[in-house]
Write a protein of this length. Structure first.
Length: 255
């Protein structure tokens, strides 16, 4: 009997001990702010016509975004807004990008835009590659600075028909020595009288990638002779630890 009374007493003490903690957890739970979160997100959604087909619901502090938007960047921007809203515990982004564009068409349009991106800002020092599968664009390659990477991703994210983007772009580490080597390489190649025709093309068909003193040459040239001349000019530049010639001859093979 005594043991039974002790057990009841212990149970009562435990209830009194944990009750305040339980009440506090209920008062500070995500559900407490659901209405406030809902109002803030609804206001942001209704303020932009591009979000007219989007709906946000909130349960226990978790936001669910659904509906459609014109382009991928709209989906990504609204996701950021939701994550940055006070008291939000998580975001389920179920928004879809409207419209369907064939992968081949998307790849062609994006490749053309990326080829001319960053003209005047060292476009010749960036070398990107691109694949599109089921509307998902995978962008890879090498760029010489972060603005170049951000610009390339922005082009993809704002292209109608792109459903998602995978960023595999590598950014070269900041290096004054590499910067100097890039300039010397560009002068040796694009300044050569035989190769000056390539300097007249805004998209800079010969791309010079430098990473810690190692040089890679990418792009398309008119002839095997041009490729050999470019290779010779690059290898004559002092300061390069190695030169890899990946140039492709138009209508032919790289070797």
């Amino acid at each position: 009997m005594k043991r039974a009374r002790l057990a009841v007493f212990a149970a009562l003490m435990a209830a009194f001990t944990f009750a305040p903690a339980l009440m506090q957890a209920q008062n500070t739970g995500g559900g407490k702010y659901d209405q406030e979160i809902q109002q803030k997100l609804t206001k942001q959604i209704e303020s932009k016509s591009k979000y007219k087909d989007v709906k946000a619901t909130v349960e226990d502090g978790v936001v669910t975004l659904s509906g459609t938007v014109p382009v991928l960047i709209d989906k990504l921007d609204l996701d950021k807004k939701a994550h940055n809203t006070d008291h939000v515990q998580g975001v389920r982004n179920q928004i879809e990008v409207a419209g369907n564009v064939p992968d081949a068409e998307l790849q062609k349009k994006l490749a053309e835009k990326l080829a001319y991106d960053r003209i005047g800002y060292g476009v010749m020092f960036n070398s990107l590659n691109l694949e599109v599968h089921n509307g998902i664009a995978t962008v890879g390659g090498n760029v010489h600075d972060y603005p170049s990477r951000d610009s390339a991703l922005a082009i993809v994210e704002t292209q109608p028909g792109v459903k998602g983007v995978i960023d595999n772009i590598e950014v070269a580490p900041a290096s004054p020595m590499d910067d100097e080597l890039r300039l010397r390489m560009a002068e040796a190649i694009y300044g050569d009288p035989v190769l000056r025709k390539y300097a007249m093309v805004p998209s800079a068909p010969i791309r010079i990638v430098v990473d810690r003193g190692h040089v890679s040459l990418d792009g398309v040239v008119d002839s095997q002779m041009d490729k050999q001349i470019i290779d010779a000019r690059a290898r004559s530049v002092p300061g390069a630890f190695s030169v890899t010639n990946n140039l492709v001859v138009a209508g032919g093979k790289s070797k």
